[in-house]
Design a protein around this ligand. Structure first.
Ligand code: PHE
Length: 345
């Protein structure tokens, strides 16, 4: 019996040694130390022993059990530690690897110009107004003093959808819409950016779709000098403190008098260069005093109220400011072009 117990101990220790995972180890525990295991089996034969030998055999059986159990315990700890090691090794992060750069976009150059101009006018108490791109003939032309037969309609060749609905050719209809909402009460002070459409053949300087920014002020005692002061400030902020402006007589059906506004060339300072076509001046916008007919049609008393309006092409401003030579760059969206306008914030 003693030998059998020693044999079992030997067998069990060998099996423990060979076990490679916790599952196998557990099976060994159950098979050697369980109630139906061989040690229990051996102890069942104790009845046949003498009273002297019985306690000795009992003590030996307990010793064998303890040895097996202690070995299992030790092996288990070893296996568990190895499992943790293996997991740590497989999940190691190499913190010295360089990271992958995250691709970020940036504002479109036109958005930048629009925001810059908006900020400037918001700072002077203007609010930003918007209107529909699919517009009624009434707001795009008639309410702006261009009745159906007016020859100046030809200057803005339009995309008509029906006889009365078109893609707006200018942002000026937002003037008419905003004034109408004011119910004849001033002051009105708005800046209005947006897309406009004209039937033009696309080339380096023409596009069938482009952006305009319109400004409108209607209040009591608004004079031409207010318009001039406002535009002078605008030119200095956008193109540099040394800029001057020049007003040339012009014609728009919705303003009287009307002026074309030039800015002194920011490249040559007025001496003449390729940008200003040797004139020293660059044309940037159209403007004038709001025509009394326009005020009246939108519900304002033209004896009490007066106003000024101006409108400019955003692409043209961006082309001048950033030295861009082809308007098509703005909408063909070549990333190499757009990336040049990345600003580090
Ligand atoms: N709407 C005019 C254009 O598209 C520009 C303009 C706006 C002129 C406001 C005067 C006043 O040419």
């Amino acid at each position: 019996m003693q030998e059998r117990l020693k044999e079992l101990q030997q067998e069990a220790l060998e099996a423990i040694q060979k076990a490679t995972d916790l599952k196998a180890l557990n099976e060994i525990r159950v098979s050697y130390l369980g109630k139906k295991g061989p040690i229990t089996e051996v102890l069942k034969g104790m009845g046949k022993l003498s009273a002297e030998e019985r306690p000795k055999m009992g003590a030996l059986a307990n010793e064998v059990r303890d040895i097996i159990s202690a070995n299992i315990e030790e092996k288990q700890q070893g296996l568990e530690a190895a499992a943790v090691e293996a997991q740590l090794a497989s999940e190691t992060i190499d913190v010295t690897l360089p990271g992958r750069p995250i691709q970020t976009g940036n504002h479109h150059p036109l958005t930048r110009i629009v925001e810059e101009i908006e900020d400037l006018f918001i700072g002077m108490g203007y609010t930003v107004a918007e209107g529909p791109e699919v517009e009624q003939d009434y707001y795009n032309f008639e309410a702006l003093n261009l009745p159906k037969s007016h020859p100046a309609r030809d200057a803005q060749d339009s995309f008509y959808i029906t006889d009365e609905v078109l893609l707006r050719t200018q942002t000026s209809p937002v003037q008419a819409r905003t004034m109408e909402k004011h119910d004849g009460k001033g002051p009105v002070k708005i800046i209005c950016p947006g897309k406009v459409y004209r039937r033009d053949s696309d080339d380096a300087t023409h596009s069938h779709q482009f952006m305009q920014i319109e400004g409108l002020v209607v209040a009591e005692n608004i004079r031409m000098s207010d318009l001039k002061g406002t535009l002078e400030l605008f030119a200095k902020k956008l193109f540099g403190e040394d800029r001057e402006i020049r007003l040339r007589p012009s014609f728009f059906p919705f303003t009287e008098p009307s002026v074309e506004v030039d800015v002194s060339c920011f490249k040559c300072g007025g001496h003449g260069c390729n940008i200003c076509k040797q004139t020293g001046w660059i044309e940037v916008l159209g403007s004038g005093m709001v025509h009394p007919n326009v005020l009246e049609m939108s519900g304002f008393d033209s004896k009490k109220y007066s106003g000024f309006a101006f409108g400019m092409g955003v692409e043209r401003i961006a082309m001048l400011k950033y030295g861009i030579d082809d308007i098509r760059h703005f909408y063909t969206n070549d990333v190499r072009f757009l990336k040049q306008f990345q600003v580090k914030e």
